[in-house]
Design a protein around this ligand. Structure first.
Ligand SMILES: Cc1cc2nc3c(=O)[nH]c(=O)nc-3n(C[C@H](O)[C@H](O)[C@H](O)COP(=O)(O)OP(=O)(O)OC[C@H]3O[C@@H](n4cnc5c(N)ncnc54)[C@H](O)[C@@H]3O)c2cc1C
Length: 333
């Protein structure tokens, strides 16, 4: 697409169980920033089955127009079908930028769309700004988050950015938009893979990306039996259990609980790190947490550099006390 023919921002709203996923609401904030810079609008697209409520919700959360594509054909996510539907919407709306949450599906779709338009995609974006010509500056991490670099997509349009969860906050005040239902079919010949069955249990029970509270355990927990204290505290707080790679490799908890560079990137309100040293590969996954509490017996552990509260002590002595105190507070409340 020619740069001068494009205007506005398109936001792809991913849903789970009929509701927008957290990052999809968050990306309305940078979308509004970009639209304000170019004096244009934000259009959101929701694809799925029974997504009417999600579309209505997004119209209240910062999109000027929400295109709702509601059909049993889109009951389950299918890369070929969803990408083709989005391609058709982009062809119609001609946005200067497309924002997508950097979820597993989002990272799947973005490069396919970029290729479809012979454009470019910025992956795992952790910040945006603008240069003197009004171009978007996309900030992205490299080398496990040890450095951040900026990229500008000068000519190719639409430019596509996948935004990391927790980078932006949901808008507190947003203009009210409208919902427009559309019937858009994916072309039959684009669908190369058909989903025969999907197993939801694992993904639903370990939704680290959406969790508001995460209690994570590392090698410092010592044994599988001790690790149970992490699970118990997470349950007490209504949170989700996370873990470092060594805890997983020792078989204390399944792999889908891993947080970090090769696990999940999380952004909870509260992250409690138990017996975790704070290696770069783990910190990469937790830096967007609002509040970090760390328990470690080594006062020089790097985790304390990012923690809001650091408790120096034996985790197997601290956790039982913490558990009982929180339980008491909960019972009194
Ligand atoms: C390519 C690559 C990708 C990786 N991806 C990931 C990833 O996604 N996620 C991840 O977590 N790691 C990842 N790693 C591994 C990472 O480098 C670290 O090895 C790992 O994060 C360390 O885990 P840990 O903190 O549990 O263990 P350790 O680094 O061994 O730290 C254990 C901590 O527990 C403390 N401790 C010990 N006993 C007690 C006690 N009784 N009470 C209190 N504190 C105690 C110690 O002081 C220490 O600080 C990756 C590595 C590579 C090379």
């Amino acid at each position: 697409m020619n740069k001068q023919d494009t205007k506005g921002v398109l936001v792809y709203i991913e849903t789970a169980g009929g509701a927008p996923v957290k990052v999809s609401e968050e990306i309305l904030e940078p979308a509004r920033q970009i639209a304000a810079k170019s004096g244009s609008d934000v259009t959101a697209v929701v694809i799925g089955e029974n997504i009417g409520d999600a579309a209505a919700q997004i119209a209240e959360k910062g999109a000027d127009t929400v295109i709702a594509i509601d059909s049993p054909d889109y009951k389950d996510y299918n890369l070929d079908a969803y990408a083709d539907v989005l391609r058709q919407v982009i062809d119609d709306v001609k946005p200067e930028a497309v924002l997508i949450g950097a979820t597993q599906d989002g990272k799947d779709i973005a490069p396919k769309l970029a290729a479809a338009f012979d454009s470019a995609s910025a992956s795992d974006v952790v910040g945006i700004d603008f240069d003197d010509d009004g171009n978007i500056i996309w900030t992205m991490p490299a080398y496990s988050g040890n450095i951040l670099y900026d990229a500008v997509i000068e000519e190719a349009r639409p430019q596509i950015g996948t935004i990391r969860s927790g980078t932006f906050k949901k808008l507190e005040e947003a203009p009210k938009g409208s919902v427009e239902s559309r019937d858009i079919k994916a072309a039959d010949d684009v669908i190369k893979a058909v989903i025969r069955d999907s197993v939801k249990e694992m993904a639903e029970s370990v939704n680290l990306e959406e969790a508001e509270i995460i209690v994570s355990g590392g090698r410092g927990m010592g044994t599988k039996e001790n690790f149970q204290q992490v699970v118990d505290l997470a349950q007490l707080l209504g949170g989700v259990v996370g873990a470092t790679r060594p805890a997983i490799e020792d078989g204390w908890i399944p792999r889908n609980h891993q947080v970090g560079q090769s696990g999940k990137i999380v952004a909870p309100k509260l992250y409690i790190a138990c017996g975790i040293s704070g290696a770069t590969q783990h910190l990469t996954g937790i830096v967007n947490s609002d509040y970090i509490v760390a328990i470690n017996k080594d006062e020089d552990a790097p985790i304390f550099e990012v923690a809001n509260i650091g408790i120096v002590g034996d985790v197997n002595k601290v956790l039982p006390v913490m558990f009982e105190e929180i339980k008491k507070i909960k019972e009194e409340a």
